[in-house]
Design a protein around this ligand. Structure first.
Ligand code: APR
Length: 233
């Protein structure tokens, strides 16, 4: 595939990433074959109601996810994104991923729209802190309540401060590269429209077409790492 654009020709790049960015690291996506939501019902494992009903069950699920992610390494695609950010410090990474793989590849100031597997919070005490224990221990806060994964679950609101950072980056960018997202989860899926409407160059990298493909000037079909290597070359 001859690269229609070169990353080096742009100054203010936003990488907007989804689960497909981490697929080559061995982390399952959510909706593809072998997807997490094919095996687990999110209403039992990834929403506030499930947590209120059975926090131990929800933590067992997230402990499994922590253990699975911890076994994986960032892939060449993550490393290219980091390298671009090192070369062009105004590069912003906006991710829906909670796996922390961009950070493990050395990326800075990653905008985590859906939170992180590696942070917990106690809502009654309004405390948020990093946590990489496996399994998560202790599951209970000193106030007696359960620590909650600091993840944006279904039916949760996104953190407006995080959304604002994403909006600002998309308003200012001259290139948006969307990587490995199905574009079906809102409000995150709405965000790339900001860059397109501002006249930025827009590229979608995915194995297949998505419901938002028409938004993008270039729709590049292939694995994230391969296509990024082409665009970086
Ligand atoms: N390279 C490029 N794209 C890929 C690759 C790959 N190696 N592997 C899979 N993909 C694509 C799939 O074709 C699909 O379009 O990645 C996309 C993954 O889609 P989803 O599983 O729906 O993941 P995502 O879009 O990130 O989900 C959004 O939904 O479940 C919630 O909060 C969760 O952040 C998540 C949100």
């Amino acid at each position: 595939m001859a690269a229609p654009i070169r990353l080096r020709d742009f100054q203010r790049i936003v990488f907007f990433t989804g689960a497909g960015m981490s697929a080559e690291s061995g982390i399952p996506t959510y909706r593809g074959s072998g997807g997490i939501w094919k095996e687990y019902d999110y209403q039992e494992y990834a929403c506030q109601a499930a947590f209120d009903r059975d926090p131990e069950k929800v933590w067992d699920f997230h402990d499994k996810r922590r253990a699975a992610v911890a076994k994986c390494e960032p892939n060449p695609g993550h490393r290219i994104v980091t390298r671009v950010q090192e070369e062009k410090p105004s590069t912003v990474i906006v991710t829906q991923n909670i796996d922390g793989m961009h950070q493990r590849a050395g990326a800075k100031d990653v905008v985590e729209l859906h939170g992180s597997l590696w942070r917990v919070r106690c809502d009654p005490e309004n405390v948020v802190r990093p946590d990489e224990t496996m399994p998560m221990d202790p599951r209970k806060c000193s106030c007696g309540g359960y620590w909650r994964p600091d993840i944006v679950w279904f039916e949760d609101q996104l953190d407006h401060r995080v959304v604002r950072r994403a909006r600002e980056a998309l308003e200012e960018c001259d290139l948006l590269v969307s990587i490995g997202t199905s574009g079906v989860v809102y409000p995150a899926a709405q965000l790339p429209r900001i860059a397109a409407e501002r006249g930025a160059m827009t590229v979608e990298i995915n194995l297949e077409d998505t419901p938002v493909s028409s938004l993008y000037r270039h729709r590049l079909r292939g694995k994230a790492s391969d296509v990024l290597a082409e665009l970086y070359g």
